[in-house]
Design a protein around this ligand. Structure first.
Ligand SMILES: NC(=O)C1=CN([C@@H]2O[C@H](COP(=O)(O)OP(=O)(O)OC[C@H]3O[C@@H](n4cnc5c(N)ncnc54)[C@H](O)[C@@H]3O)[C@@H](O)[C@H]2O)C=CC1
Ligand SMILES: O=C(O)CCC(=O)C(=O)O
Length: 528
């Protein structure tokens, strides 16, 4: 039974899902990094929110971990690069808390416009300071949206409903989408110059870090009010403090901070600053949504191989997973076959071409190619799987191309792989016999039909009399039983390939003897 650790405060809805799906869920929020490292090795899955920091050190100890599920959107608390290198899938739940977070941003905008927290504190303190809290209306004001993705779009929709004018800066926002949202796409400088309120809804990346820098804050309209419900680090907090002190910025509402938990900050002393402790996603509805979603996604992956909302791997729907399974097996075996034949003396792999024909052409081929790379690279690298193989391939400068043929195929389905090392290109093709059983159908352009056996001998030879008898004799001498023996040749008396499935590993001496046969050019032992 797969085991999942829930290491942050997650709605109990997640535990119910795991139980129903037959997965053991252990709930241990609030562990120290050392405590987490001590137990993580026992788990196949890890469900987190933002408190757990998934570092390289934690991943080093996570020897069984296959999947990390973030009940939420931001995955900046996960070292995704290290997770990918270790073959661990990282998933998030991109939509479950979007409405809630957008509502928090709108709420903070009202709080700023009417100084609600200060007014509340003053009234509760027995003061009746009716003249102190003069606010501003939102109607007809310009809202500058930095980032118009899931949350930004919802904020835009609500703001349009409030009769605000919305301008948005988002390099990936199309004009067509802006029109649908009823907003105006602008450059950042225009937004800074025009906005009465600015709200941030981008992830924290190298491009967005300090997007409201000292320089950009100086470009804003005097009296602007700023809301940040996305990530600390998007605003230069020191520059913001100065701009608030000078009165250039009239107010700021911050749900997120450069350092969290934020228990001390000069900003806390300012009256025109409203703060919440990263509450953007904190509603019962959102927490139930993300908990259910993350538990379903982790369960699907561990039980069926379905991949949803992964940030480091191609998606495979629950419906597609069983359909893709035999194809992924075929691709992994073809890759493994080619990988085992790629000898170091031929140089490193520089190019891999993958062709899909027949039924395979109509499938989601990204996971198939990932499985193929996992098989191809496994003989050369440790710890390779479908998650990290495409990244390893890219990091090693392997040029990959995929061709999908929309033509009648001789086979119901066909996958062909060409691997180039130095100036040599080797091809190998396979099909699914009966739609389920992987079978080799071509090697180096020579037709040869063979199932993948656990132990195999691959021989290239000259099509001359005597080879079969001598080769069989060597195997018999070592008491090695032959399961299947398949031959193919380019032409009569020309190049030939021979695939022998044997019941156990061939001793090195027998391999040397086969290589010494006059007809033999190459003999390699393969294991699947
Ligand atoms: N305070 C909280 O509790 C919560 C915070 N968040 C945070 O909110 C942020 C936004 O989340 P979503 O809308 O779901 O993400 P999203 O990925 O749907 O949208 C992000 C948008 O930012 C845009 N973007 C990327 N680089 C940009 C740049 N350099 N300049 C301007 N725009 C850029 C993207 O094109 C995209 O449209 C994330 O950082 C997420 O972690 C999300 C949920 C809760
Ligand atoms: O889990 C939380 O409370 C934080 C949510 C968040 O920041 C996110 O989903 O990106």
């Amino acid at each position: 039974m797969p085991k999942v650790l829930i290491s942050d405060q997650l709605s109990p809805a997640a535990i119910d899902v795991f139980k129903q799906r037959g997965i053991e869920a252990v709930v241990k929020p609030g562990l120290t990094p050392a405590e987490l490292r001590a137990i993580i090795g026992a788990f196949d899955g890890l469900a987190i929110r933002s408190a757990t920091k998934v570092t390289r050190e934690l991943l080093d100890a996570a020897t069984n971990l296959k999947v990390i599920g973030r009940a939420g959107i931001g995955i900046d608390n996960v070292d995704v690069k290290s997770a990918t290198a270790r073959g661990v899938v990282v998933m998030n739940t991109p939509y479950g808390n979007a409405i809630t977070t957008a509502e928090h941003a709108i709420g903070l905008m009202f709080a700023l416009a009417r100084q609600l927290p200060e007014a509340s504190a003053s009234t509760k303190a027995g003061k009746w300071e009716k003249n102190r809290f003069m606010g501003v209306e939102l109607t007809n004001k310009t809202l500058g949206l930095i980032g118009a993705g899931n949350i930004g779009s919802i904020v835009a929709d609500r703001a349009v409903g409030l009769k605000m004018r919305v301008v948005a800066y988002d390099p990936y926002l199309t004009e067509a989408r802006a029109t649908v949202l009823g907003i105006e796409k602008v450059e950042l400088d225009t937004l800074l110059a025009r906005a009465d309120f600015i709200t941030l809804h981008t992830p924290l990346t190298e491009q967005t870090r300090n997007i409201l820098s000292r320089e950009n804050l100086a470009k804003t309209k005097k009296g602007v009010r700023i809301v940040n419900c996305a990530r600390g680090g998007l605003i230069d907090e020191t520059a913001l403090y100065d701009a608030l002190q000078s009165g250039h910025v009239a107010g700021a509402a911050l749900d997120v901070f450069e350092v969290e938990p934020a228990t001390a900050s000069p900003l806390f002393a300012l009256e025109n600053v409203v703060c919440t402790p990263h509450l953007g996603a904190a509603t019962t509805e959102a927490q139930e949504n993300v908990a259910l979603q993350v538990a379903e996604q982790i369960s699907d992956f561990l039980l069926t191989g379905a991949v949803t909302n992964a940030v480091n791997m191609a998606s495979v729907s629950a419906e597609d997973a069983p359909r893709l399974k035999p194809y992924m097996q075929l691709c992994q075996l073809l890759g493994s076959f080619a990988g085992q034949l790629t000898e170091a003396r031929h140089g490193v792999i520089t190019k891999v071409g993958i062709e899909y024909e027949g039924a395979a052409a109509h499938l989601n081929h990204r996971p198939l190619s990932a499985a193929l790379f996992a098989g191809l690279l496994a003989p050369m690298m440790e710890g390779v799987n479908m998650v990290n193989a495409p990244v390893f391939a890219r990091d090693h400068g392997i040029d990959m191309s995929e061709t999908v043929h929309d033509r009648d195929s001789e086979y119901q389905t066909l996958v062909r792989i060409s691997v180039t090392t130095g100036d040599q290109t080797r091809t190998v093709s396979g099909t699914l016999f009966g739609g389920a059983k992987p079978r080799l159908v071509e090697v180096k352009g020579i037709k040869v039909e063979a199932d993948f056996g656990r132990h195999m001998l691959y021989v290239t030879n000259q099509d001359k009399p005597g080879f079969i008898a001598r080769c069989s004799a060597i195997l018999a001498e070592k008491n090695i039983n032959i399961a299947t023996f398949h031959l193919g040749r380019a032409s009569e008396g020309g190049d030939a390939v021979c695939l022998i499935s044997i019941d156990e590993t061939l001793p090195e001496a027998a391999l040397v003897a086969i290589r010494a046969l006059p007809q033999v050019m190459q003999a390699t032992q393969l294991a699947f």
